[in-house]
Design a protein around this ligand. Structure first.
Ligand SMILES: [Ca+2]
Length: 379
């Protein structure tokens, strides 16, 4: 077994990636033996599966929870940095698609980024999907401020209806979290973060207020069932790589991952980087769709996106609503969060799971693309 582990480690290292911060740039510099016709990495897929199944059995209790088909829609809070990348647009689209299918109920859409158009962008998307009433919260105080490099945010804010003209008109993210959680049944809420962990750290460190007599950590423990986070990296580059969502506010990441009182499922960098989506919606004949506009505008701006955009955030939302077991395997443990933005993994930990690819890439790409093609009922 020891020899096998060493061999596996060696083989995994052979397929190593380049370490850089920006996940988009990192994706562009990936040197995996990517088969563009079959769109898969056959050797690595097999290795990771072996590694997972032989060394770390899937937690059966967690699996049982995930496989229980619930008729009740999953109450969910969507926390996003929507701007620096446009997979967040794919993510909020599939979230609304699943809400239209009664699979989830969107309690709030909250930003961990404070660029000047972010409240308007979230309002555009919620309004487009016939849910203009969904509360929008924006992080206050120290926070990342990053716009969309492709300028798609300006495009959709100019073109599509919305009420929130500025971030000041939106709610304070922390207050919205406390108000929303306090109003929900115990252990019912799933939070999915596809941006920075700023709001999670602020929430954990918050004090009793008019919404709840509980501290932030107590409130999370009482009301939250699960956190699903697109964050970190759990393959052969783990420990060296500083994943974008983690490193941009690494102090918040450390606070969150050290203190979070519920299960966390991580969709790491290595998951979404291989799953390419967005071409069907970009090439669709849709009219009046901000989803189409964003992907149609952004994909041609990067030659590396010619087969579709990497789908980090979509994978996290999919798992938050539907559970992982149909799409991914998991490895149980606990994240080790470093202040430099890198992460490790404690295999003896019991709180967390990270996703491992299971469903063939072309199949999961189809699942996500089909959801991203969802259009709201015209009203
Ligand atoms: Ca994001």
């Amino acid at each position: 077994m020891k020899k096998k582990i060493i061999t596996l480690f060696f083989l995994i290292c052979v397929f190593g990636h380049t370490q850089i911060w920006d996940k988009a740039k990192a994706a562009n510099q990936t040197n995996l033996p990517f088969d563009t016709r079959q769109k898969k990495y056959p050797e690595e897929q097999t290795l990771l599966h072996q590694y997972q199944t032989e060394e770390t059995p899937i937690n059966t209790q967690m699996n049982a929870v995930a496989t229980t088909k619930s008729k009740q829609p999953v109450p969910i809070i969507f926390d996003t940095d929507i701007g620096p990348d446009y997979d967040d647009i794919g993510a909020i689209t599939i979230l609304h698609a699943m809400a239209d299918n009664n699979e989830c109920k969107i309690l709030a859409t909250i930003a961990s980024n404070k660029h000047k158009r972010i409240a308007a962008v979230l309002d555009v998307m919620n309004t487009y999907f016939n849910r203009p009433e969904i509360p929008v919260g924006i992080v206050r105080g120290n926070a990342v401020d990053m716009e969309a490099p492709q300028k798609w945010d300006s495009l959709i804010v100019e073109k599509y209806p919305h009420d929130l003209k500025s971030n000041e008109q939106a709610e304070d993210a922390l207050k919205l979290y406390r108000k929303t959680l306090a109003a929900q049944p115990d252990k019912s809420v799933t939070i999915v973060t596809v941006g920075f962990l700023t709001n999670m750290a602020n929430l954990l460190q918050s004090k009793p207020d008019k919404f709840s007599p509980l501290s932030g950590k107590e409130l999370v423990k009482k009301k939250v069932k699960l956190l699903v986070s697109m964050a970190g990296r759990f393959d052969e580059e783990m420990g060296k790589f500083q994943e974008f969502n983690v490193v941009k506010d690494s102090a918040a990441s450390v606070t969150t991952f050290n203190k979070w009182p519920t299960t966390i499922i991580f969709s790491g960098f290595e998951i979404g980087v291989k799953i390419l989506t967005g071409l069907p919606v970009a090439n669709s004949n849709f009219t009046g769709s901000p989803v189409k506009d964003v992907f149609q505008m952004s994909i041609p701006l990067d030659p590396n996106d010619k087969n579709g955009r990497m789908s980090w955030d979509e994978t996290a939302v999919l798992v938050a609503v539907r559970g992982y077991e149909k799409y991914f395997d998991v490895v149980k443990g606990k994240i080790i969060s470093n202040i430099n933005g890198s992460n490790g993994w404690d295999r003896n930990g019991k709180r967390d799971y990270y996703l491992v690819q299971k469903m063939p890439l072309l199949e999961i790409e189809k699942v996500l693309n089909d959801l991203m093609m969802h259009q709201p009922e015209k009203k």
